[in-house]
Design a protein around this ligand. Structure first.
Ligand code: NAP
Length: 494
């Protein structure tokens, strides 16, 4: 089975911050791969823009080295690489200076019919500046689209300000807020699973689901980004955007059609149904943590360069959705740094059978679990109870039905990176997998009181061992509900 590639319309993509880490590590490799697969038409151009005074040749060389570093050698084809490199151009411009936009105007006006995509791979403090700069030189009209990425605000007030700043120039239908989790194949497959099969939807509710766990565990600490990270913390960096977006996709009602606003309207309803966590409820339903030092690695506060830091690099939250479908079904969210393994997973844990006809048997009955792995090994698994084959009594066994994507694909098939899908969707003008401004604001409206209650409590994050499962208090939070966290592990046990 090979993937179907439909070329997009000719476009010019301007990467503001084209020489930065996001551009070199994620955007250019994703674009190269779409180009190598034949999705990018010949006249399309990619323009990197930054302050450094360098030439297009310098930029091309930098891009070539980045591609060689971030794409496995067997995937880099010499001919495709040269074709891609030739698409690249570089302009130097400090976007905070009103003059200096002329070169961009001249370059883009060479191709007046191209779709224009402006990818803001720069600090959010420059989003409004760039939107205004584009408007002033007449580059914000018609077929142009603006792409922005987290952090989309620090709280509700700053998110609103950001939305207003870019919204004053680009209307909502031309703003693409990337959450790269939504570009992952598995996440889209979650929607196929729910809405293209009759099997799951009837049991996708409080009658059959016991609880949901969403985990994004990282094995690395904050490292050299400590000082920067300390201003944000896990709830702002991961929960407000990625984990809440995943929660929305699991919890939302079926949209009447799979178009951008129909999907986003349903996600917004979920966000508005999240039970507010305020005051004492926050302390009872959340756990914060910071990793300690080990014999050979520094603690979180050491890496943050702030011995008094109260910023959490681990957080667990019990969220409840007050609507008809999910009443009484907790959604447990957790994310943290320097944990046992790198793992991102959604687990839908179903209720146990109401009565066991097997009576006293050696093996306990395990609840059915549908697990959706985002990393590593993207894929879906449904754990079901079966009879252990062979003589010797009636033993039950919990086995996974594997629905990994590699199945049925050619041997050289590769899971596309989220950015490949998302950038092509921007060019196609499809906003379904992007967050709307009101979604971002609704998520902050739920998060803000949690942070406020932590601040007001005067309490500090708990400590946890590096390489562990997180603070003991998070295990206790689950135990109080008679539940357990799923194991954090790089590979699932068979
Ligand atoms: P970075 O490595 O610091 O790159 C910033 C880029 O912006 C550089 O190309 C820089 O080049 C350019 N720049 C800075 N000020 C400018 C100005 N006044 N005018 C024109 N260009 C300017 O940062 P990054 O890691 O790529 O991240 C960029 C943004 O994406 C940040 O907001 C970050 O939070 C977000 N983000 C990054 C990642 C990631 O994986 N890196 C993931 C998600 C979100 P000059 O200094 O030469 O101007």
């Amino acid at each position: 089975m090979s993937s179907i590639v439909i070329p997009v319309e000719p476009f010019d993509l301007v990467i503001f911050g084209g020489t930065g880490d996001l551009s070199m590590r994620k955007l250019l490799p994703a674009l190269y791969r779409r180009d190598a697969d034949g999705q990018i038409p010949p006249p399309a151009r990619i323009i990197g823009l930054a302050r450094a005074d360098q030439t297009t040749d310098d930029f091309r060389q930098e891009a070539r080295e980045a591609l060689q570093k971030h794409i496995p050698a067997q995937e880099l084809q010499a001919e495709a690489l040269e074709r891609f490199i030739k698409r690249l151009a570089y302009l130097h411009n400090d976007v905070t200076h009103p003059e200096g936009w002329g070169d961009l105007v001249a370059l883009l006006n060479e191709q007046p019919n191209h779709i224009r995509v402006y990818y803001l791979a720069v600090s959010p403090s420059l989003f409004g500046v760039i939107a205004n700069g584009l408007a002033k030189v007449g580059l914000s009209n018609g077929q142009s689209r603006l792409v922005v990425e987290k952090p989309l605000g620090h709280d509700l007030a700053s998110a609103r300000k950001l939305n207003q700043a870019i919204g004053a120039v680009f209307d909502e239908s031309r703003i693409y807020r990337i959450d790269h989790y939504l570009g992952k194949e598995t996440v889209q497959n979650l929607m196929a699973l729910r809405f293209a099969n009759a099997l799951f939807e009837p049991i996708w509710n409080a009658h059959c689901v016991d609880h949901v766990q969403i985990t994004a565990a990282e094995s690395l600490g904050v490292g050299s980004r400590g000082e920067y990270y300390d201003k944000a913390g896990a709830v702002r960096d991961m929960v407000q955007n990625h984990l809440i977006q995943l929660l929305c996709l699991i919890a939302m009602e079926p949209p009447y059609t799979f178009n951008a606003d129909a999907v986003r309207d349903e996600k917004l309803k979920v966000l508005r149904s999240l039970r507010p966590l305020q005051g004492r409820a926050v302390l009872a339903n959340t756990v914060r943590g910071q990793y300690q030092a080990s014999h050979d690695s520094p603690s979180y506060v050491q890496e943050a360069g702030n011995p008094d830091s109260r910023t959490e690099c681990y957080v667990a939250i019990k969220a409840e959705i007050d609507n008809w479908r999910w009443s009484g079904v907790p959604f447990y969210l957790r994310t943290g740094k320097k944990l046992r393994a790198q793992m991102t997973e959604i687990a839908i844990v179903f209720k146990e059978p109401t009565h066991s006809v097997f009576g006293e048997i050696e093996t306990p009955m395990m609840p059915n679990v549908l697990s959706i792995r985002l990393q590593p090994d993207e894929g879906l698994r449904l754990n079901i109870m079966t009879k252990d084959p062979g003589p010797g009594g009636f033993r039950l066994r919990d086995i996974p039905l594997d629905m990994t994507f590699a199945e049925g694909r050619a041997a050289n098939w590769r899971m596309p990176d989220a950015y490949e899908r998302l950038i092509m969707d921007v060019v196609r003008g499809n906003q379904t997998l992007f967050m709307r401004g009101d979604e971002v604001e609704a998520a902050w409206a739920w998060i803000d009181p949690i942070i406020a209650a932590w601040d007001a409590s005067g309490t500090r994050p708990d400590h946890y061992e590096p390489g562990s499962r997180g603070p003991i208090a998070s295990v206790e939070m689950m135990a109080l509900d008679g539940r357990r966290w799923r194991e954090i592990e790089a590979k699932e046990h068979d």
